[in-house]
Design a protein around this ligand. Structure first.
Ligand code: COA
Length: 259
């Protein structure tokens, strides 16, 4: 697929989506957000793809935020439309049935921090810098930051970070539960691929069910426990279940086909 602001590449079953506006530190303009929606739809539908890495182009930034120049003259209505579109796409990423890792290679500020938090996991390079600095602009996060930062870091720490606009580095992000791993910059994609290749050895059906149920924990309209009972029992009607159990009993490695 060709995009104006993204690079979309698939290799060994992993789709890498790179936000490619390095001269603007990969700031998210409206076109880029829409392209993210199309890229994730393509990756999710592709039979070739088992996992997705989202990263930023250039050495400095994952994403330095929503494009401030673009929204500087927005009316209330335009701001609402911008936030709603962003929420739709970030929810699409969070609800993807294939694992999504944000490989955070520098600034992840504002919408960049929010985008990384909409992914299922985060691997950060040692030079990563996170933050929700919107209060410095007289606004608040508009792409889910007030909700997802609380989920990851807890109410006390999230409140402090959202109110002060303080940035936090990769090690601090790991300490408060925002990132899974911190690695040297040259190991960022390698580590992200290692995790996705490990997951690729499991049943794609089970992977999709786990992703759905983890999200269900945060969905006020869904009882995650009863949802788990349903999804668990449905596993028993799959070839992957038969293959997994047979392989264990026959002392061999399972080969899952996602059926
Ligand atoms: N929106 C639009 N443009 C942005 C941007 C954003 N969020 N972040 C960076 N840019 C642009 C800069 O305007 C600059 O463009 P120019 O060369 O045409 O002037 C270019 O990217 C490089 O940024 P610059 O500020 O020169 O880099 P720096 O290394 O000195 O500073 C940051 C890096 C990330 C500290 C700084 O760019 C910054 O504070 N960005 C805004 C972060 C923010 O508030 N995000 C939340 C938005 S809601």
């Amino acid at each position: 697929m060709n995009f104006n602001n993204l690079i979309y590449a698939v290799e060994e079953g992993i789709c890498t989506i790179t936000i490619n506006r390095p001269e603007k530190l990969n700031a998210l303009n409206i076109e880029t957000i829409a392209e993210l929606g199309a890229a994730f739809a393509e990756a999710e539908a592709s039979k070739e793809v088992h996992g997705i890495i989202l990263t930023g182009s250039g050495p400095k930034a994952f994403v330095a935020g929503a494009d401030i120049a673009e929204f500087s003259n927005f009316s209330v209505e335009e701001a609402k439309e911008m936030a709603e579109k962003g929420h739709d796409i970030f929810n699409q990423i969070e609800n993807c049935s294939k694992p999504v890792i944000a490989a955070v290679n520098g600034f992840a500020l504002g919408g960049g921090c929010e985008l990384s938090m909409s992914c299922h996991m985060r691997v950060a390079a040692t030079n990563a810098k996170f933050g929700q600095p919107e209060v410095n602009l007289g606004i608040i996060p508009g792409y889910g930051g007030t909700q997802r930062l609380v989920r990851l870091a807890g109410k006390s720490k999230a409140t402090e970070l959202l109110l002060t606009g303080d940035t936090f580095n990769a090690d601090e992000a790991k300490a408060i539960g925002v990132v899974n791993h911190v690695v040297e910059p040259d190991q960022l994609i390698i580590k992200s691929k290692e995790i996705l290749h490990k997951i690729a050895q499991k049943s794609p059906l089970a992977v999709a069910q786990v992703l759905k149920l983890v999200n269900a924990y945060y969905d006020k309209d869904v009882n995650g426990f009863s949802e788990e009972v349903d999804e668990f029992s449905e596993c028993f009607d799959t070839n992957d279940f038969k293959e997994g159990v047979s392989a264990f009993l026959e002392k061999r490695k399972a080969v899952f086909l996602g059926k």
